[in-house]
Design a protein around this ligand. Structure first.
Ligand SMILES: [Zn+2]
Length: 435
């Protein structure tokens, strides 16, 4: 009996304490901006969640044993969640010096226990923007094609390269241990012709510097893209919809157009993201080669009007070459490289992507069969499988395309040894290359 009483007494006293402690978790702090560098006035976002409200929140920067307050919340709040944006940097904390530092964010619960939480980030203080110095060459730019620029960046930087409009092309260290950097870059087929490519460098602290390339757009030699009317038969529409939207229902034309537009866009995004699966050196030493004995049934950036029963139902741009030989011909690797994709890919059907280094990749679509796997090294001319008509193909052919840092380009200049010599091998070391 006394034991039971003791247990009851313990329950009465202990349980409320346990409940109070258990209910009182700590505030949760999230940095909503990725901060690795602090510069002049670097924007920082913080979100704090706490069911009991937020009594206080603050940020400090610690460097060389000193601690500097950079932000704090003015008053306590009952809100369960709050977000703030503030800046930290030399403008408001002139004592900061170039070098390592620590950003600390703390928050305290708005209840009796005042539980607090803290997050820390190692950061670099960078007070000076980087500087870029660009080669003095004239760059001959052809719409839809590639070029190479050399440059150097001094000072601390987190990213550099060539920027064309809203597209960025990475900088790589010059091969062969030479000083400086280079970028292979593209002027996309649909980029406004008034766009001037620039070399950029950023230190991640809000300091972004650019310097324009000297560019020439030779008027006469710019490509003229062709326009085609594609008659869509019921048979082709059923083949495409049956293969790429097998469980869909509803209007055939709407489903076909959705595949042609939305699936195409998603597939191109998947291709573009393969830019990160690239070697940091050239994997090839010879010009690219075009599929043997092939006839081009379509070329790069053809504009296609899709006509069904006399009515236009869609418009798309074809970003490659359709190369036809015979049915189930061996699909040859255009150059030495590494297979980074060998799997079905929507409108491209069974698709192979081969990386050749520095973000340069070749794409082979509509195959019936693969002889290689992701990760395999392939040699120029090596048969990687057989052609077919998987995906959005009405007949057996190879859809051959090329991309540079995720931007699809016209492959034809890479088939030309003189172009590679003039634009690439003359500017960076391309071991073993002889035009
Ligand atoms: Zn094609």
């Amino acid at each position: 009996m006394r034991k039971v009483l003791l247990v009851l007494v313990l329950l009465v006293i202990v349980v409320p304490i346990v409940v109070v402690v258990a209910r009182s978790a700590r505030p949760v702090i999230n940095l909503t901006t990725e901060v690795s560098t602090i510069g002049q006035a670097t924007p920082i976002g913080v979100r704090v969640t706490d069911p009991r409200g937020i009594r206080s929140a603050s940020a400090t920067v610690e460097q060389n044993g000193a601690s500097y307050a950079v932000w704090q919340v003015a008053q306590a709040s009952k809100a369960k969640e709050a977000s703030w944006n503030f800046t930290a940097g030399v403008r408001t904390t002139p004592q900061l010096k170039d070098g390592k530092a620590k950003l600390i964010v703390e928050a305290t619960s708005n209840d009796l226990l005042h539980k607090s939480a803290r997050v820390e980030r190692e950061v670099s203080v960078v007070t000076q923007p980087p500087t870029v110095s660009v080669d003095s060459e004239q760059h001959y730019i052809y719409i839809g094609m590639a070029d190479l620029a050399t440059f150097s960046v001094s000072g601390a930087y987190t990213a550099a390269g060539v920027r064309v409009g809203d597209q960025s092309f990475r900088a790589w260290p010059m091969p062969g241990g030479k000083p400086g950097l280079f970028s292979l870059y593209a002027f996309a087929w649909n980029m406004p012709q008034t766009t001037i490519p620039v070399v950029f460098a950023t230190n991640g602290a809000g300091n972004d510097v650019t310097s324009p390339l000297t560019v020439v757009f030779p008027k006469k030699e710019q490509p003229h893209y062709t326009v085609h009317q594609l008659q869509i038969s019921d048979q082709f529409m059923q083949k495409v919809v049956g293969e790429l939207d097998p469980n869909g229902t509803g209007d055939m034309v709407a489903r076909f157009v959705k595949i042609n537009s939305e699936m195409r866009k998603a597939n191109n995004k998947t291709l573009a993201e393969l830019r990160f699966k690239t070697a940091d050196h050239f994997l090839f030493s010879q010009p690219f080669q075009r599929q043997s004995h092939s006839a081009a049934e379509a070329t790069f950036a053809d504009l296609r009007h899709y006509i069904y029963q006399g009515k236009e139902i869609d418009q798309q741009v074809h970003l490659g070459y359709d190369l036809a030989v015979t049915q189930h011909v061996g699909v040859e690797a255009s150059n030495d490289g590494r297979v980074v994709w060998a799997a079905p890919l929507g409108i491209y059907g069974n698709c192979i992507v081969v990386d050749h280094g520095y973000g340069l990749q070749t794409i082979y679509g509509h195959m019936s069969h693969f002889d290689v796997h992701e990760g395999d090294m392939v040699k120029r001319g090596q048969v990687m499988g057989q052609s077919g008509m998987t995906g959005m193909a009405g007949g057996d052919h190879i859809h051959f395309a090329m991309q540079l840092d995720g931007v699809q380009i016209d492959p034809k200049e890479w088939w030309d040894p003189h172009w590679i010599q003039d634009h690439v091998a003359r500017r960076v070391e391309l071991p073993g290359f002889h035009p």
